[in-house]
Design a protein around this ligand. Sequence first.
Ligand code: PLP
Length: 398
Amino acid sequence: MFSTLNALAPDPILGLIALANKDPNPNKVDLGVGVYKDESGLTPIMSAVKTAELSCIEKEISKAYIGPAGPEEFNSGIRELIFGGQHSALESDRVRTVLTPGGCGALRVGAEFLKRCAGDATIWVSDPTWANHLPLLGNAGLKLAEYPYYEAGSADIKFDEMMSALADVGRGDIVLLHGCCHNPCGADLSETQWRELTSLAAKNGFLPFIDLAYQGFGRGLDEDAYGVRYMAEHLPELLVASSCSKNFGLYRERVGSLSVVGEKAAQSDALLTHINNVVRGNYSMPPSHGGAIVGEILADQALRQSWETELAAMRDRINRLRVLLVDKLTAQGATRDFSFIAQQRGMFSFLGLSVEQVEQLREQFSIYMVGSSRINIAGISQANIDYLAHSVAAVLAS
Ligand SMILES: Cc1ncc(COP(=O)(O)O)c(C=O)c1O
């Protein structure tokens, strides 16, 4: 049986991490992997997380199962974080939320749930999108299609082309949207564009599935949820996958959530039974530890304040680095306008380099990024930014 399978090619990002780790150059810069890093290159444990974790360990009196939906404290806390406390969909009790193993777990459970709702459905994803969207959604049996999103030349969104492509998508099909901090391109829909897209969804009847993996990393916790909140207010149905990997720094604990917005409270109850059933048939129940930490932080005023302050510092650091990188590239005489980097949000932007230029940066300068020239802005620091800007300018000039 097993002999029918040959080894797969290594995952490009994991391969890149291994290469960077092996590189003895003391000036090496790793902009490949998608985790937040601080000035010293560390992915820190947030202090609110440390405190909440200790308190959870103290309080926990049992390791019995927590049920497929996860604990209510987490579910209600994260629901309010995503939708905002006063949201009409919460007031009319139309939203049900479950704890999932990371944002990936939420995307996969969501995809299997959608397959159950509409067996023949196509899910439209942005071109480009996060590479892992394809297996997470496609392996659940949804058909995949792409809508135009990012224009490399102008480094901006091709909104008109996107809207024309989606004009033909109707009831029974799904459109996957990045709630904020688009991965990989960093170009987000404006509030006006979210509203136009919502009108199109209302008119045509397609279902938006929003991936909110970076809430708080772009403009702010509320600002980054604008699209989710607007759509939930104006559409009868919506699906939202969220991740606590980045904004709580809980990557390896695997914490995320899936929220379904139904037309009426009773329908949302029925939808929840299906989501729980999908969970039962997958991993049965989510792990408890990370969700308990998030639940504790969101329910405790002091912890929440400390978390929000630390998150704001991470966001501000990324946004400052964006501006600084543009300045440094200009000062190094880069023969291209990089000002778009300062306007984009989240951890990622494309530098707009060719595969050969990306290779040259790696081989000559020990600067690591994925072949598409997507960089993790958080991998930049005061210590390496001059070297990075100099190297990019040198490669562009060669
Ligand atoms: C766009 C996007 N969605 C979802 C995720 C899922 O993250 P996780 O499963 O680690 O919570 C990520 C992580 O990098 C992401 O970039």
